[in-house]
Design a protein around this ligand. Structure first.
Ligand SMILES: NC(=O)c1ccc[n+]([C@@H]2O[C@H](COP(=O)([O-])OP(=O)(O)OC[C@H]3O[C@@H](n4cnc5c(N)ncnc54)[C@H](O)[C@@H]3O)[C@@H](O)[C@H]2O)c1
Length: 438
């Protein structure tokens, strides 16, 4: 649809239950599930969720039409969500939440029965990709194609047992070791051949994505590993008519980066260096302590500045940036990560200045509402007839994927406009241009 065509899309209604399946029932997934249940029980708003809290302007400013997004587009209701997932360690979501230690026992206690009732399915897990975890609840199949078939059977069983109308899958499992795409990832056929032959370059996240797409289930990747950004997975999502999105939830330090960098650039302030360091003590931090897993995260975090700052257009301002990112595993902090950023900037006459940021964040508290929004929006995209890469959801990702040959957009304000204008277009409303007349 072009921006000149304002007839609404046909979007099927969000009737019945929406199953939200997550490989990885760890800190993020358990905080999401407990948070949604807490909201349902108390009626408290799901803070941080754009789909539930943000308003969207329709038409001119004078028109005064500002519904909430969930009143404007047909999203599944929080009461209609059913959760499930796979994990090689966590037996159920209550245990996962307790291990993660994100939420207080007093917040978990009223939900304990429900959380305990969500039992992890046995995972497709391979320690070669996550060396710091020794999996115990792991599928017995050793052939990768058989593992994919076992996942497809799990998905179908979950759908039937929970009477789900639709399903979505969001990868909330550990970050896998770094890899580049290889020949096996080139086409659907080579990938399937690789599954049958247990190709060493196929990781578990890729098997989950394959199983989801063949089951008609939209798949979003919350971690930086290579999954939705593989040619075979993109082709499969287009062939099966299923949406995909990735990758790596944009929280914490990268969120700050994409808030601050566009602001500095908007005023043509130069940047000479950006040094970011973190301490993190949760299981995610432990997994990222392995150099091969950190490398995956590092490459996802480093891409951000270049695309926002466009050094090719502004060599005098951004042509010589030293950008460093460090993460140290520091157990005493648990999920309460601390990040420090030192930004060396310069302005008029080249005089140097500095910005220091000290972010004391709770990782899973920032990530949980993103998972909720992605689940609801991926389901919306599917009902709107979308398939392939959902570029309009770049807003949520550290390393967003573009649907075409263009570089992905990292500037969070452009991403937000793109997301809201996509929703406006689907609903037959004019895009908001913020021009004098608009
Ligand atoms: N919290 C954030 O702010 C944030 C931001 C961006 C990305 N992420 C990513 O989200 C993911 C989840 O983060 P978390 O803090 O919940 O980590 P976590 O370690 O608490 O949970 C991950 C879970 O995945 C499980 N797992 C590992 N391999 C698996 C497999 N093959 N199948 C199924 N389960 C598997 C682990 O046993 C663990 O329980 C990580 O990859 C992290 O890098 C988190």
């Amino acid at each position: 649809m072009t921006s000149l065509d304002h007839s609404a899309r046909t979007i099927s209604p969000a009737t019945g239950k929406l199953g939200v399946l997550m490989p990885g029932l760890g800190a993020v997934a358990s905080t999401l599930i407990a948070g949604v249940m807490h909201s349902r029980h108390t009626g408290e708003p799901p803070l941080g969720s754009v789909s539930q809290m943000a308003h969207i302007r329709l038409g001119t400013r004078e028109a005064g039409r500002n519904p909430r997004i969930n009143e404007f587009v047909p999203l599944a209701d929080l009461d209609d969500l059913v959760f499930g997932g796979w994990d090689p360690l966590s037996p159920n979501v209550l245990e996962a939440a307790r291990t993660a230690g994100v939420m207080k026992e007093s917040d978990l206690a009223p939900l304990s029965g429900e959380l305990e009732g969500i039992v992890a399915m046995d995972a497709v897990f391979d320690q070669r990709w996550v060396s710091r975890i020794t999996g115990v609840r792991v599928k017995s199949e050793t052939n990768m194609m058989e593992q994919a078939e076992a996942l497809i059977a799990d998905i179908e069983k979950f759908r039937v047992e929970n009477n789900c109308d639709r399903l979505v899958m969001v990868w909330c499992a550990s970050t896998e070791a770094f890899q580049q795409p290889s020949d096996v990832h080139a086409t659907i056929e080579s990938f399937e051949e690789g599954l049958r032959n247990n190709n060493d370059n196929i990781s578990p996240s890729q098997i989950y994505a394959y199983a989801a797409l063949l089951s008609g289930v939209p798949f979003a990747n919350g971690a930086p590993n290579l999954t939705t950004d593989l040619p075979c997975i993109v082709a499969l999502s287009e062939r099966e008519g299923v949406p995909i999105a990735g990758k790596d939830f944009k929280t914490g330090q990268t969120l700050m980066k994409t808030l601050i960098a566009p602001g500095l650039k908007s005023r043509m302030l130069g940047i000479r260096g950006w040094y970011s360091t973190n301490i993190l003590g949760n299981r995610d931090g432990e997994v990222l302590d392995a150099p091969e897993n950190f490398q995956t995260k590092e490459s996802s975090k480093l891409g951000v500045l270049d695309t926002i700052l466009q050094p090719e257009l502004y060599p005098e301002l951004y042509g010589e940036i030293d950008h460093k990112v460090r993460i140290d595993y520091y157990p005493p902090r648990g999920d309460e990560k601390e990040g420090w950023d030192n930004i060396d900037i310069f302005g008029w006459l080249g005089y140097p200045m500095q910005i220091k940021i000290n972010l004391l964040a709770r990782d899973s508290i920032l990530a949980a509402p993103i998972v909720l929004d992605l689940a609801l929006f991926m389901d919306l995209a599917s009902r709107a007839g979308e398939s392939g890469v959902q570029e309009w959801l770049s807003f949520y990702f550290k390393a967003p994927q573009s649907a075409g040959p263009n570089d992905p957009e990292h500037d969070i304000f452009i991403q937000q406009t793109k997301m809201k204008n996509t929703l406006r277009e689907w609903m037959g409303e004019q895009p908001v241009t913020h021009s004098e007349a608009g």
